[in-house]
Design a protein around this ligand. Structure first.
Ligand SMILES: CC(C)(COP(=O)(O)OP(=O)(O)OC[C@H]1O[C@@H](n2cnc3c(N)ncnc32)[C@H](O)[C@@H]1OP(=O)(O)O)[C@@H](O)C(=O)NCCC(=O)NCCS
Length: 132
C-alpha cells in the first residue's frame, strides 16, 4: 500500500464510547459532563492518522498541521461517537480531509483537517534540538 492508492473521496471511520476522561469536566473544573471538543479533535486525528499509517513508506509518519472544528451538539458519557474522515486532496506531502461526527442521536460536528507526511527521524531530530 502507498499514498498513491488513496484518492479524493476515499474515507475512513473511527469510533469511541464516551468515558469520563473524554468529558469537558475532565479538562476544566465546572465544565459540563459532555464529550469535550479536544476529545472530538483527538478522535478525528486518530482516525485519519491510523488510516494513513498503513499507506506510508517505512520511516515516515504523518503529523497534524491544521484542524477546523465545528462542535455543534453535546454528547453524554456512555454514548458512542463516530467520526468519518474523507480525503479532499492529496499530494506526496499534504493530505486534506473533510470530517463529520455523529453520536447515536445526531450529527455533533464537522470540519476540515490537514496532515503532513514527515520523515520520523528528521522530525525527532528537530524536536530533540528544541529540547536542548
Ligand atoms: C509538518 C512540518 C514539518 C512542515 O513544515 P514546513 O514548513 O513544510 O517545513 P520546512 O520545509 O519549512 O522545514 C522546517 C523544518 O521542518 C522539518 N521538516 C521539514 N520537512 C520535513 C520532513 N519531510 N520530515 C521531517 N521533518 C521535516 C525540518 O526540521 C525542517 O527544518 P530543516 O529544513 O532545518 O531541516 C511543520 O509544519 C511541523 O512540524 N508542524 C508541527 C506538527 C506537529 O507537531 N503536530 C503535532 C504532533 S503530531
Amino acid at each position: 500500500m502507498s499514498l498513491s492508492d488513496l484518492r479524493p473521496g476515499d474515507s475512513a471511520v473511527g469510533a469511541l464510547v464516551v468515558q469520563t476522561e473524554h468529558l469537558a469536566s475532565a479538562i476544566t473544573a465546572g465544565a459540563p459532563e459532555a464529550f469535550s471538543t479536544p476529545a472530538l479533535v483527538a478522535l478525528v486525528e486518530r482516525t485519519a492518522a491510523e488510516w494513513l499509517k498503513a499507506h506510508l513508506a517505512p520511516g515516515h509518519m504523518t503529523v497534524g498541521t491544521a484542524m477546523v472544528v465545528n462542535h455543534t451538539a453535546p454528547t453524554p458519557r456512555g454514548m458512542e461517537v463516530r467520526a468519518e474522515v474523507t480525503i479532499t486532496s492529496i499530494d506526496d506531502r499534504r493530505i486534506e480531509f473533510e470530517w463529520v461526527a455523529h453520536d447515536e442521536r445526531e450529527k455533533i460536528g464537522h470540519g476540515t483537517h490537514q496532515r503532513a507526511v514527515v520523515e520520523a527521524s528528521r522530525f525527532a531530530a528537530r524536536l530533540a534540538e528544541k529540547s536542548r
